[in-house]
Design a protein around this ligand. Structure first.
Ligand code: NAD
Length: 500
């Protein structure tokens, strides 16, 4: 598995509108960079407002006049399973392209492609099993509710695990009978293009799925403002989410917001420390530390803090950083030089705030080019420091200690984010009590970040609005209509017959 092999799958990236691969109307192109070297990989069609409009019109036609929303769930499911099969057949190209474009180690992108394909299969199954509800009113009324597709959905995605997050939205959106316009992140366009080709080969009707590449402030903003778009599912930074909600308010869209995080890992002294250590490292340093649910603040009970810190240091220093195409690599380069500079800036902030860079903090000597940063541990971090409060979104772990359960809960919750929390203890009552007190959308107890696709996914506070996953995705991507039917002539209050 080499970079050369990955490059053999690269093409000049077009837009995908109305079932055709096309150039952007204005003819613009931008470059996508290889994070290992910051050299250009290829160019990408730069969609603008006119292209978004074309794509929304195509999606609108497919919804208003086409077969897709009128098919049965089982019929749509057949198409979606075909997409899953084709993705699995194309696994090598998809994972190589993802590694080339994002710098995520190849061993990890392989797993992500499998999970991305699984989303299509999972939501295909759900499309067949989703059902309405009935509310019989003892012989007088039969009331029921049903799920119906809403219309055109705008899907806006980030660069950190692009293919998986795109499929996570596309699969339920289409399974529910909507049509979609995807605006992928500009720093990671390659797999969205490959996916468009797969969806095209799977034979979905033209216009059901469209991809418009381009910048957030232009193509993304045009999608948000478009009156023909009814739903908007966004994953990205909290500030971008705020802007999008403001801009979409004029056309009153329904929003699903999956935003940033600064998730705590609370390690009590009675925990299985071996497991806690493994999970803390996995949760922070896989996906190059660019994971929304990363446990980026490890809080350790004081009596075991020194021991845990020593063990963390040894393991973090041993993380293999380098060429993401090497099967042994655990940590690759960050996505883009701008992001690299931002993450490095946090190391300066850490020093200024009085934290210590206990491990890492430098460009690895063997990687002079690209956006590399060693796996980094910040020790001596205190609650309230910026490195404890703000999302760094790189391989930088902040280590804190706490005196007792109350302090642990206070420190864990005292951030504006509320995406995930991880709790390590052998005390069952404490595990449940602390889980209940976490201000987070998702809590894992004695477990790394693994999630069954049926479970609700989403954040609280500044980490998001709404839930996706399992039937929660259908609640977002569907209109729930209720129908009330009288079974016998009902009593009707009389109006306007005073003179009779
Ligand atoms: P970002 O907010 O910069 O960009 C995300 C997407 O929004 C991109 O496609 C971008 O082009 C687009 N965009 C930017 N400005 C826009 C605008 N004004 N109108 C419409 N679209 C616009 O985020 P990012 O840097 O790509 O991703 C990293 C962030 O995503 C992190 O904060 C991370 O925590 C978050 N994230 C959250 C989850 C989750 O499920 N909660 C998952 C993954 C990533």
């Amino acid at each position: 598995m080499t970079e050369e092999r990955a490059r053999s799958y690269v093409r000049e990236v077009p837009l995908y509108i109305g079932g055709e691969f096309v150039e952007a109307g204005a003819g613009g192109r931008f470059v996508t960079l290889n994070p290992s070297s910051n050299t250009p990989i290829t160019t990408v069609a730069e969609g603008t407002t006119a292209d978004i409009d074309r794509a929304v019109q195509a999606a609108r036609r497919a919804f208003d006049e086409g077969s897709w929303p009128r098919m049965t769930g089982a019929e749509r499911a057949r198409y979606l399973r075909r997409v899953a099969d084709l993705m699995e057949e194309d696994q090598e190209a998809l994972s190589l392209l993802e590694t080339l474009d994002c710098g995520i180690p190849i061993a990890q992108t392989r797993g992500q492609v499998a999970r991305a394909a699984e989303n299509f299969r999972f939501f295909a199954d759900m499309a067949q099993h989703m059902t309405g509800e009935t509310y019989p009113v003892e012989g007088r009324y039969l009331n029921y509710s049903m799920l119906q597709p809403v219309g055109v959905a705008g899907l806006i995605t980030p660069w950190n695990t692009p293919l998986m997050l795109e499929c996570w939205k596309i699969a339920p959106c289409l399974a529910a009978g909507n049509t979609a316009v995807l605006k992928p992140a500009e720093w990671s366009p390659l797999t969205a293009d490959r996916l468009a080709a797969i969806i095209d080969r799977a034979g979905l009707p033209a216009g059901v799925f469209n991809v418009v590449h381009g910048y957030g402030e232009t193509a993304g903003a045009a999608l948000v403002a478009h009156p023909g778009v009814r739903l908007l599912s966004f994953t990205g930074e909290t500030e971008t989410g705020r802007t999008i909600m403001r801009n979409g308010a004029q056309t009153l869209k329904r929003f699903s917001m999956e935003l940033g995080g600064k998730s705590p890992v609370i390690v009590f002294a009675d925990a299985d420390l071996d497991q806690a250590l493994d999970a803390a490292l996995f949760g922070m340093f896989t996906l190059n530390g660019e994971r929304c649910t990363a446990g980026s603040r490890v809080l350790v009970e004081a009596s075991v803090a020194a021991e845990f810190e020593e063990r963390l240091k040894a393991r973090i220093a041993a993380i293999r950083t380098g060429d993401p195409f090497s099967p042994d690599t655990e940590l690759g380069p960050l996505i883009h030089p701008e992001h690299h500079a931002r993450v490095m800036g946090y190391l300066d902030i850490a020093r200024e705030e009085g934290a210590t860079i206990a491990v890492g903090g430098r460009r690895p000597p063997a990687c002079p080019d690209g956006n590399y940063l060693e796996a980094t541990l910040l020790a001596g971090v205190k609650p309230g420091m910026r490195v404890e409060q703000e999302e760094i979104f790189g391989p930088v772990l902040s280590l804190l200690s706490f005196a007792d359960e109350e302090a642990a809960v206070r420190i864990a919750n005292d951030v504006r984010y509320g995406l995930a929390a991880y709790i390590w203890t052998r005390d069952v009552s404490r595990a449940h009590n602390v889980a209940a007190r976490m201000e987070a959308g998702m809590v894992w107890v004695n477990s790394p970040n693994v999630r069954d696709l049926r479970t609700p996914f989403g954040g609280s506070k500044d980490s998001g609005i709404g839930r996706e996953g399992g039937h929660y995705s259908f609640e977002f991507y569907c209109e729930r209509k209720s129908v009330q039917v009288a079974l016998q002539a009902p009593p009707i209050p009389v109006v306007g017959r005073m003179g009779d």
